[in-house]
Design a protein around this ligand. Structure first.
Ligand code: SAJ
Length: 431
């Protein structure tokens, strides 16, 4: 068995680094994306996402001809599908969002046109349990001339597996190589073939299981983190009410050898932790009580922060009777969905800033050291400024993301200001 030509379908945050990695090891890689601009950018030797080290690697493999991008699949020996799995917009009466598998379905249908006997199709996208089997059924529907594992087991013409991506944005290049990989084949042969593909660059262990367990493993990892962050967020709300510093509390509790509480914050953002638990809840709503509650606790946190800002505004106005809301300057420190990245998508900090903008403060400022310009949708309401000018002119400072730059701010710089510190930035050390 040899996999010389590898096709990666979906050239986003996971697909592009994965395609680049295979190409850097001398595989012929065909990257496929429905977006012509993305394809053109990649073929021009550039990347359309922000990921450290990837730009240099990609330029090299495009220049040397090992990676080319196209909008329609071409024959290959292995196909890796790394397309988004968002959830569908929630209808008024439905409280649990349903996963949207349409991107996987259309990727499968397009791949079906070019697969041949002996090929391997791997689903990398984070997916609800049973999706790999569905994908295999969609392929079988299109290709009645080929046999698939659900009907022909080990003897099938096409091999199918789920190997979920587990890398952390910002550290993708390192983690792709070093992390252990979960390999969930629909049969043993499917798993073995997948290991051969990943061993091209994976230095971590390839752990073999079946497709359903691999799907659930990925959802479990992100739900575990969500539940643990929810515990920290709930503690922060409790401590606020009881006048206890939650950061000191967590530090003390974590001294216990079997306690390791995560960090509270402005909410849980990004495209994974806040989404994937819903894939479990929507399949097993009655059995997923803890996971469901954790989602609700984390989703409520931005609103709690907004309420804290509103209460600070009321306190400010009662201390300054000659002033109105138009005299107040408010600054949000951080807009990204987590520290030290420029990604504003699905960001609780951004959601908070957008809602606060509606309160029509005299001046509404934001500091986000990782971007040079605000998105157009925010420009009307928010002014992007430096840390120094935000500190100088603000009456109320809302610390939303613990970017490294903000950790240098000292308590004395914010004397006489109302401060809502969601990340414990002013706690500890000599502050
Ligand atoms: N957060 C907290 N407190 C914490 C840790 C995180 O509030 O103690 C917040 C962050 O600020 C952010 C959100 O949670 O808003 C998610 O950030 P993250 O760093 O926990 O995770 P992601 O979404 O960047 O990446 C996760 C990772 N999963 C796990 O750590 C279990 C990554 O390994 C996965 O590959 C990725 O999801 C994915 O693609 O599924």
């Amino acid at each position: 068995m040899s996999f010389n030509t590898i096709s990666v379908i979906g050239l986003g945050y996971i697909g592009l680094p994965t395609a680049t990695m295979f190409a850097s090891k001398g595989k012929n890689v065909i990257g496929v994306d429905v977006n012509q601009n993305i394809v053109d950018t990649i073929n021009g030797g550039k990347i359309h996402i922000v990921e450290p080290e990837l730009d240099v690697m990609l330029k090299k493999v495009v220049d040397s001809g090992f990676l080319k991008a196209t909008t329609t699949p071409e024959p290959a020996d292995a196909f890796l599908i790394a397309v988004p799995t968002p959830f569908l917009p929630v209808k008024d009466d439905a409280l649990i969002p349903e996963p949207d598998l349409s991107f996987i379905k259309s990727a499968a249908k397009s791949v079906a046109k070019v697969i041949k006997k002996g090929d391997l199709v791997i689903l990398e996208s984070t997916s609800p349990v049973g999706t790999t089997e569905k994908m295999s059924a969609w392929l079988a529907e299109e290709r009645k001339d080929l046999s698939f594992p659900q009907t022909h087991g080990e003897g099938s013409d096409i091999r199918i597996a789920h190997c979920p991506e587990r890398v952390l944005p910002g550290q993708v290049v390192r983690e792709l190589v070093e992390n252990d990989r979960v390999i969930g084949g629909m049969t043993n042969k499917c798993s073995k073939a997948s290991v051969e593909v990943y061993k091209t660059f994976v230095e971590g262990d390839c752990v073999l299981t079946n497709a359903r367990t691999a799907e659930m493993a990925k959802l479990t990892e992100n739900s575990f983190r969500d539940v643990n962050i929810a515990f920290a967020n709930e503690l922060s709300v409790i401590c606020d009410k009881l006048d206890i510093d939650v950061w000191e509390l967590i530090k003390i509790a974590n001294l216990h050898p079997r306690v390791n509480i995560l960090e509270p914050g402005a909410g849980v953002g990004g495209h994974c932790i806040a989404v994937d638990p819903w894939f479990i809840i929507s399949r097993t709503p009655d059995e997923s009580k803890l996971i469901h509650t954790a989602r609700q606790v984390n989703d409520y946190k931005p609103q709690w922060v907004i309420n804290k800002v509103k209460s600070a505004v009321r306190d400010f106005l009662s201390e300054n009777k000659d002033k109105t809301i138009e005299d107040i300057t408010v600054s949000c420190f951080g807009l990204a969905f987590k520290p030290n990245i420029d990604d504003l998508r699905e960001s609780p900090a951004l959601k908070i800033a957008k809602e606060l903008a509606d309160l029509n403060f005299g001046n509404f400022l934001a500091v986000e050291p990782n971007i040079v310009d605000l998105p157009d949708s925010l420009k009307k309401d928010i002014t992007l400024v430096s840390i120094e000018s935000a500190i100088e002119s603000s009456d109320i400072c809302v610390l939303l993301v613990d970017h490294s730059e903000f950790k240098l701010i000292t308590r004395s710089q914010l004397n006489n200001k109302f401060v809502i510190d969601t990340k414990g930035i002013l706690i500890g050390g000599n502050k």
